[in-house]
Each structure stands twice: as structure tokens, then as C-alpha cells.
Design a protein around this ligand. Structure first.
Ligand code: CA
Length: 224
């Protein structure tokens, strides 16, 4: 899953980026409101972490613009303004949660899990295909109950394929799911992730198959 982090304090942003990557997420870090507005038009995010006091304005002004486009993406507002009136303003604007700085990274991750679990989110908590299951809350794939040990990018490829199981997922949307805007993408990297993943799924007898569609993308389907 890809997360947009809008935060202008470099240390805070670096710490959160590391924590989210360790949580097997792709993080786009942006420091200004203007760049955030552009990023949400270009990419699909699973969640947005939004600072309020940004160099070019109040982060809250992003939320009505998102909601006006019908984007139901969960937004957690992060801010030093932890006063009651500010929290109410944030929630009234359409934020899903509000976290006052300073906060523990563990608390942020717990709140992120909570907003991702809400019923408004279309994907279920666990996706299943064949003997394979993917727990979205714990960010863990397993085959018949045995955890699959996958590096972050293979896990992200698998998540993106499972979210659209049975349908072709284009190379560009897979790359979008796996790489942040700061990552350099090597031309064959995606195919390498897919072939490693394919081998691991086959060794674990997951009863799923990744089909390559030349020049277009990949498709995951049940293969008993
Ligand atoms: Ca700030």
C-alpha cells in the first residue's frame, strides 16, 4: 500500500518514513501543500498522513478538495496543535483521525491500522486466493497458515496483484504500488520481483499463478 506523508519537518518526516517502510508500505514524502495537491491527483494512496502547519498553508485545506472528488482515502492529521478546538476543526473537515505531536510512532501505526480497518474501505481485512491469504492489517502473506517470508517489494507486488485478482494489473500500476516518487526504478526490477515471488508461491504450493502479459502487465489467478 502506498502512503502520502505531508510533513515539512525533516527529522519527523525521516523517522516516519523509516517506520512506514518497516511496516511494508511505500511512502511518498512531500513537504508542501502545493506538492501534496499535485500528488493526490497523480497517485492513488491508501492513506494520507497530513501535517497542518505547512510552509504554504494549513494542511486541512487539502481534505475538502479530496472529498469533493469523492476520494474516501483515510486521512490522519498530525499536528502540534493538539487543542480541543483544533481537533474538532480537523475532524469536522473530514479527517479520519487526529494525532497531536509529539506522539509515539507505535501509536501512529495503531491508528493507521484502525482507519484502514473501517468498513468504508472496500478491500476486506484479509484477501484470499487458492491457499494464499494476505492479512492487510498485519501486512503478512501466508499459505495455508504458514507465513511467507517476503521482502517488502515482493510483498507489495503481491498485495497489488491480489487487490485486483483475476484482472490484469498494468506494469505502471504495479510500479506505482511498489515504488515511491523518490525511488529510482531499474527497467527489469519489476520482472525480477515477480519472478522471485512466482517461485516462492510455487514452492509453497499456494495454488495461485502469476501470468505475464507481454508488454502489458501481470495477472494473478487461482490455479488448483
Ligand atoms: Ca509543520
Amino acid at each position: 500500500m502506498r502512503v502520502l506523508l505531508v510533513e515539512d519537518e525533516p527529522e519527523m518526516a525521516a523517522a516516519l518514513t523509516v517506520a512506514l517502510k518497516n511496516y511494508d508500505m511505500v511512502v511518498d514524502h512531500i513537504s508542501t501543500l502545493a506538492d501534496a495537491e499535485e500528488a493526490v491527483f497523480i497517485n492513488d494512496y491508501g492513506a494520507i498522513l497530513l501535517d497542518r502547519q505547512l510552509p504554504d498553508g494549513d494542511g486541512l485545506t487539502l481534505i475538502p478538495k479530496l472529498r469533493a472528488r469523492g476520494a474516501g482515502v483515510p486521512v490522519i492529521v498530525l499536528t502540534a496543535r493538539g487543542e480541543l478546538a483544533d481537533r474538532i476543526a480537523g475532524l469536522d473537515t473530514g479527517a479520519d483521525d487526529y494525532l497531536g505531536k509529539p506522539f509515539a510512532v507505535e501509536e501512529l501505526l495503531a491508528r493507521l491500522r484502525a482507519v484502514l480497518r473501517r468498513p468504508a474501505d472496500l478491500p476486506p481485512e484479509t484477501m484470499r486466493l487458492g491457499r494464499l491469504s494476505f492479512d492487510l492489517g498485519n501486512r503478512e502473506a501466508s499459505v495455508a497458515g504458514q507465513p511467507l517470508d517476503l521482502p517488502r517489494r515482493e510483498l507489495l507486488v503481491l498485495e497489488a496483484l491480489l487487490r485486483r485478482m483475476g484482472r490484469t494489473v498494468t506494469r505502471s500500476s504495479l510500479e506505482e504500488a511498489v515504488y515511491s516518487i523518490d525511488d529510482e526504478i531499474q527497467s527489469n526490477a519489476l520482472d525480477t520481483h515477480v519472478s522471485r515471488l512466482r517461485r516462492k508461491l510455487s514452492e509453497a504450493e499456494a495454488e495461485v499463478e502469476i501470468h505475464g502479459i507481454r508488454g502489458v502487465g501481470y495477472l494473478l489467478k487461482h490455479s488448483p
